[in-house]
Design a protein around this ligand. Sequence first.
Ligand SMILES: [Zn+2]
Length: 448
Amino acid sequence: MTNNLRITCLTIALILASVPASLFAQDVSLAIVGGRLIDGYGGPPLHDSVVLVSGDRISAIGTQADTDIPDGVRVVDADGRTVMPGMIDLHVHFDILGHSDYEHWFPAYEGRMRADILPAAARILLDAGVTSVRDLGTDIENSFWLREQINSGKIPGPRLFIAGPFLRKTVTSFVSKEFVDTWVVDNPADGRRKVRKLVERGVDVIKTQDENLSRAELSAIYDEAHKLGMRVATHLFSQKALRTALEAGLGQWDTIEHIGDGAQPRYPDDIVNMIVEQQVAMAPTIMADEGLRQIYLNQELVHDPAWKRYIATDIYEDIRGSFQHPARHPLFTGAVIHRATKMMKLRQLFDAGAPFIVSSDSGSRANPHHIATAREIYYLHEEVGLSPMEAIMAGTRWAAVVLNQHHDLGTIAEGKLADIIVIDGDPLQNLGDLRHVLHVIKDGKIIR
Ligand SMILES: [Zn+2]
């Protein structure tokens, strides 16, 4: 490029930068018109809102009174509805569809993952208004395959962020190689090496799942992950393991999945203090247990047309048949008995100032994709005490922060990616309305 040309380009760029956004109206590809806008930042909603989209990004936000909608632009009518960011779920499983028995599921459907299971899970989540997810368990090659299919537009689905194999001290019979990838960590140096290998392979988050990794091993894993810009999702149950993980340096916006499980009514103060001071995010996966209880209370839930949609009939019939006797499920007693103590601990953590995010464990037993994320948000309010706005932000803005994607996702603002949903109802008055998703827009394209 000659110097003159370079100066001309620079001049044009400067002129363009000073032109008001409205002059680019001809670039507007979509307008979401009317409705109350919850932008994800936590302030009061904007009534009679207009959101203009240009390509895959949001180009302007205003009200019907002050925003010109260019002629001929495709309009999504949101009048009387709620417009909000697409939901983000930080703990889903694409390779399961809510069947009650994993021991049966994985051998039975291993050969149908790419043809049937993964596409169904992706489509159902997206239809439910979930536009970004973190998968914490699907086989790594299937995860990369699915991400490629979604990104190239071949399979409709949420943006996919991938954990890859669990890092563990041992391979248990339950988490066997057949079900999910597991990598065993032999010592601290090995932990670092495996984190680097995962990052080179293209994962978005490091997942540890073990009670028996030593403090030195965890420190090495966390430190290496943080140095490489990764966050850690950890999956632990005992208070001893939790303390070890916190002492090992679990950090800001790392997540503790399934936090609160177990019979103890409270966490010791030192654990709560470390969680709050280190700003580790709480991922209680309330729906991982709650789903079974709900099917026990109302077996029609398994007949919900939204559950069947997109799932091959024989697979759906198998899932439905697995819930003949929900109260006899091995996890039922624990889910009922420990519900109260789990909620007590979650309220303790919330009252102490711990951040919460939405991790529904979508796809796990009795926890189907069409309902998991909305319900998790609902229970963060109903049982833990987040306000409806805080609960929505836990599944939009703050979830985007955990993904390190908040520059693009989780809020509705000029320049962000246009992942927007329209809800029939007012989730600030009734979070149950999050189930009533009328429209889903991802990357500026109308999905439904
Ligand atoms: Zn899970």
